[in-house]
Design a protein around this ligand. Sequence first.
Ligand code: SAM
Length: 257
Amino acid sequence: MIRLGPLSKALLSQITAMALVLALLALGAFGHPPALGAAVVTQACFAPIIAKVLRSDRWWLWIHTLFPIAVAAASMLQIHSGWYLAAFLVFVLVFGPTVRSRVPLFLSSERTIEAVSELLAREVFSRQLHAQVLDFGSGTGSMPIGLARRHPQQNFDGIEAAWLPYLRSRLKAAGLSNVRLMRGDFWSLDLSPYMAVYAFLSTEPMPKLWQKVCREMQPGSIFISNSFRVPGVDPSEIVHVDDERETELLVYRIKPD
Ligand SMILES: C[S@@+](CC[C@H](N)C(=O)[O-])C[C@H]1O[C@@H](n2cnc3c(N)ncnc32)[C@H](O)[C@@H]1O
């Protein structure tokens, strides 16, 4: 049996609903001239039903209901088509990698940066004069840049897949010599030079990420995950951050094999 991903299911739901609506239009079900509002509402009803049959997650059903209505409303505003293209390009530059990685862009709070800074000072920098620290998926660079300002003797790297956040991070880091920001895929980055790695991702990559961390990081180094646990592994420490999100930093110390 063919297994469809969430995006394929979404496309299939809208296209199948559209085919049914067009068939009803051809049969004159929406009157003469056709009542286009009724056609849009029919699309907004059919698409979530088909998505449910395809076992899409529940939140997709809302998207399928609202999408045809939003498209119809936007077309009434008569916005120049170039704006849609521009919005699409911005979206791709910020969220393009999310389609594959299923990790969207959201940023660590200032208080989390402060808490990570204190944690690193206590657990890493107190033992090692010069250490290298990595932010997995560094977004707009707030974490490595914030840490670099607080610890000028240490080196901080960030790697980000999406172009726009990456370019913004490069601008923000101008003039800081202890930050290195890379554009690329963290799955192909060697973790052996890092004494600490920070990740704020999602539940999706955690099992595979943990395997990579255990394979490549040195014993005694630490892996800090913002909010997302490694399934089946107890953190060696949990730091509670007093921010709006009530962030939890899950600290995993890498043990020898
Ligand atoms: C939740 S954001 C966190 C941003 C930043 N670390 C922070 O804490 O403010 C996760 C970022 O990881 C990036 N990302 C996801 N998968 C990636 C991959 N395989 N390689 C590099 N970056 C990735 C996403 O584009 C997104 O910007």
